[in-house]
Design a protein around this ligand. Structure first.
Ligand code: ATP
Ligand code: MG
Length: 820
């Protein structure tokens, strides 16, 4: 089972995996731990990650970036429309009204949904993890901003499904960071002590998130979160780009924004400049050669000027900080540390402001880029049975208060009720009780739309079906379970109807749930009542916090599960999603085929270059001049072909081309290889012959060491050795008098075969052991030491386990993570 965490960033992604040694952030095929969030479409394949980013200037129309925030949004969404005007690629409306991207792929106009695009990125990250772990990756934890709404979360879940991933948890980015921070801390306060309060700040490329977390030994609890979804590194880039566009307009009369390629290059240079300014406060140059219309441009800027330009952005840093403190009702003195992560948190002016707000030095103990992915991998390890990790409980919060509304027949109008207030613990389930005679519909929505970075407050409709009145004609009691699940997604997860079967005095009830006077009151007020709350996932604890129920007449009841029909805001239908899954599979296959085709082409190209070099180098002696000229010509023709007709051929064409070339080249290479290896092979055979001859000589000299050997056998060995020597000498002579451009008279394999043959027939004869002379029987020693020349101790029946070494149980064979 795989244990993997993915940080799906707006600009770049990180992959962390859990291995026996601990958590590791892994590198992609470019040995880079950061994979750009880019997908590029071409006439034959897709490229994803770093290879896609490198096409941002050349293939800008079909290179998609900055799509993280299009999840779960309508094409007409103001955020999408505003972003659209700044994009160099096209957006399009999906049939269901959601946002899609429009590109040329496989020489056709294609529209992909945002789930598909993120699915592609996840496919790449999955492959990166698979090549590091050398096994298939399915289970994972994926990060999302803590401010993501339900529609956005569900959209990312769908993307994971498209990539063939089983997302065990969608984890809020800042919560992943808190886990990466807390799980390693040895000195957290005991559970009953006052918790340690730490503030986490993440400033990424697109968003700014703050959360405040309470730590005790073995647990963390998020107290509050706040954000500015319009503040990130890219906003600083925008300011720099606008500044230089204006400067170049005045200085060089260039309209940079009219040329996407130039604009793309300017963005790249401005981002570099921004990063340099974080480390350096002096004037820094910005130079771009051949920028537009063959003009080289240059400018300069320093940190002071940059901060002045960005004053408006910097002023936005404080509000979320103040907001979390107010929500959690904390004072600055309560804060133990402020941890700051995210690439853009490196901007000195940001750090200054955060530090000033808390009157505290900031703490940067975590890896600013990798903490999110590492936290996700830790969470995955906790959730996975394949790993043993120290118990650590994580309680997150509901980011926006959630209400349910419904039509109430009795009150002839709409009723509603807040089911999860903002900052309510999550995951969490609650049970609501309704009294109904017929199916009814509930609508989930965010009740303070002003807080949402999202235009629609609707979450979805939930139709509770099959509701019927009691036999008596009265309303039935319907229990509805609502929950915010482990992914932070709200749903009406189940409903049941409590049917009164009969009322019998004195009999034990199957289930009693009498309505108390107090509950009646609640029901009249809201038309529903929230009777039971469960602390986390299951319903076992449902009764825990209930007040004692007054005794009432015993009623026999039966519970009937009711179907629920969901209609969730921006939820892809199963059919559409399955279609996307299938399509992703096809595209993966297409990419694989294209890669194989390219590899086949590269093999031809490489062979041409390699042979051309070697024909005038190491291979020169092994080919006649005439053959060399023919082969050289053939190589040159092939090279030209590769740039012309051979530019774009089927894989098999390249394979055939290569074998055609090899037909000419291989014999030359073989002759070279033979010539290289032959002296060594002859040497080995010669040494062996010498060795046997020496033994035969000793035997003849009546050496004591060999006087036990059989004479007939020794004579046979002598003959074989002599034959081998004659064979070797004759082959050597023949070969020495032969031209290297001709195939050798004897192959290395033959020489080695000869040596092997000699060994297997002579060795047993000459190494025959001398017969042992029996020494008088000694008294058996009390130990298991060598007896009668035996080297090894005699086997004993009782193989006791050495003390101090516990038996290996299947449990401690499991990979254990070294969290410390
Ligand atoms: P998000 O969290 O919004 O989804 P992300 O996770 O992709 O985005 P990060 O990788 O955390 O974002 O940060 C990227 C941003 O950090 C970019 O804007 C980048 O220019 C900026 N950045 C990185 N290093 C520095 C630096 N030394 N100085 C200033 N900014 C930097
Ligand atoms: Mg990030």
């Amino acid at each position: 089972m795989s244990v993997v965490g993915f940080d799906l960033g707006f600009q770049s992604c990180y992959v962390a995996v859990a291995r026996a040694g601990g958590i590791e952030t892994i590198a992609n095929e470019y040995s880079d731990r950061c994979t750009p969030s880019f997908v590029s479409f071409g006439p034959r394949n897709r490229t994803i990650g770093a290879a896609a980013k490198s096409q941002v200037v050349t293939n800008y129309k079909n290179t998609i970036q900055g799509f993280k925030r299009f999840h779960g949004r309508a094409f007409t969404d103001p955020y999408v429309q505003a972003a659209k005007s700044n994009l160099v690629y096209d957006l399009a409306q999906m049939p269901n009204g959601a946002t899609g991207i429009k590109v040329m792929y496989m020489e056709e106009d294609r529209v992909f949904s945002i789930e598909q695009v993120t699915g592609m990125l996840l496919t790449k990250l999955k492959e990166t993890a698979e090549s590091a772990l050398k096994k298939p990756v399915v289970d994972c934890v994926i990060s999302v901003p803590s401010y993501y709404t339900d529609a956005e979360r569900r959209s990312v879940m769908d993307a994971a499904q498209i990539a063939g991933l089983n997302c065990l948890r969608l984890m809020n980015e800042t919560t992943a960071v808190t886990l990466a921070y807390g799980i390693y801390k040895q000195d957290l306060p005991a559970p009953e002590e006052k918790p340690r309060i730490v503030v986490f700040v993440d400033l990424g490329h697109s968003g700014y998130q703050v959360s405040v977390c309470a730590f005790n030994k073995g647990k963390l609890k998020i107290l509050a979160t706040a954000f500015d979804s319009d503040l990130g590194g890219k906003d600083f880039d925008d300011i720099l780009v606008n500044h230089f566009c204006e400067e170049f307009r005045q200085k060089y009369k260039l309209d940079v924004k009219s040329k996407p390629r130039a604009l793309g290059r300017l963005y790249q240079e401005c981002e570099k400049l921004k990063k340099l300014m974080s480390a350096n406060s002096s004037d820094l140059p910005l130079n771009i050669e051949c920028f537009m219309n063959d003009i080289d441009v240059s400018g300069k800027l320093n940190r002071g000027q940059f901060e002045e330009m960005c004053a408006g952005l910097l002023a936005k840093v404080e509000a979320p900080l103040r907001s979390v403190m107010e929500q959690a009702k904390l004072k600055k003195e309560d804060i133990y540390a402020v941890e700051i992560v995210g690439g853009a948190s490196r901007i000195p002016a940001i750090k200054e402001r955060v530090s000033k707000f808390f009157s505290k030095e900031l703490s940067t103990t975590l890896n600013a880029d990798e903490a999110v992915a590492r936290g996700c991998a830790l969470q995955c390890a906790i959730l996975s049975p394949a790993f043993k990790v120290r118990e650590f409980s994580i309680t997150d919060v509901v980011p926006y208060s959630i209400s349910l509304k419904w039509h109430s027949a009795a009150e002839e109008g709409q009723s509603d009720c807040e089911v999860f207030p903002k900052n309510h613990a999550a995951p969490f389930s609650k049970v609501l009780t309704f009294y109904r005679k017929e199916p009814f519909s509930l609508e989930g929505y965010y009740n303070s739309p002003k807080e949402l970075p999202y235009p629609t407050a609707t979450i979805g409709q939930f139709l509770v079906k099959n509701v019927i009145p009691q036999q008596s004609g009265e309303s039935s009691k319907v229990k509805v379970k609502v929950r915010v699940n482990i992914h932070g997604v709200f749903s009406v997860s189940s409903a049941s109807l409590v049917e009164v079967v009969k009322s019998t005095e004195g009999e034990e009830p199957m289930e009693t749930d009498p309505i108390t006077a107090k509950e009646e009151e609640v029901r009249h007020l809201y038309g529903c009542k929230i009777t039971k709350t469960t602390s986390t996932e299951d319903s076992k604890e449902e009764k825990k916090n209930e007040p004692p129920q007054p005794k009432k007449a015993k009623v026999k009841t039966k519970t009937v599960e009711l179907p629920i029909e969901n209609s969730l805001h921006w939820q892809l239908s199963t059919d559409v999603l399955n279609g996307f899954v299938e399509n992703e599979g096809k595209m993966i296959m297409q990419d694989k085929l294209e890669k194989e085709r390219n590899d086949a082409k590269n093999n031809v190209e490489e062979y041409v270059y390699e042979m051309r070099d070697k024909l005038h180098g190491v291979l020169e002696k092994f080919v006649t001049e005439a053959d060399r000229d023919t082969f050289s010509l053939k190589l040159e023709d092939t090279e030209n072909w590769l740039y012309e007709d051979g530019e774009d051929q089927q894989k098999q064409v390249y394979i055939d081309k290569l074998s055609e070339l090899k037909k000419m080249g291989q014999p030359i290479c073989d002759r070279y290889m033979e010539a290289e290896e032959r002296p060594r092979a002859f040497d080995e055979l010669g040494r062996q012959i010498q060795q046997y001859m020496k033994i035969i000589e000793c035997y003849k000299a009546k050496d004591e060491q060999y006087n036990h050997l059989d004479e007939l056998e020794v004579t046979r060995v002598e003959k074989q050795v002599n034959d081998a020597m004659v064979w070797m000498n004759s082959k050597m002579n023949q070969q020495n008098s032969q031209d290297l451009t001709v195939d050798p008279v004897v192959k290395v394999a033959e020489i080695r075969g000869k040596a092997k043959e000699l060994y297997s027939s002579c060795n047993p004869v000459v190494t025959k052991p001398k017969p042992k002379v029996e020494s008088p029987q000694e008294e058996k020693a009390p130990t298991n030491g060598p007896v009668n020349g035996h080297d090894e101790p005699a086997p004993t029946e009782d193989k006791a386990t050495p003390t101090g070494k516990g038996k290996e149980t299947p449990e401690n064979k499991l990979p254990q993570m070294d969290i410390d």
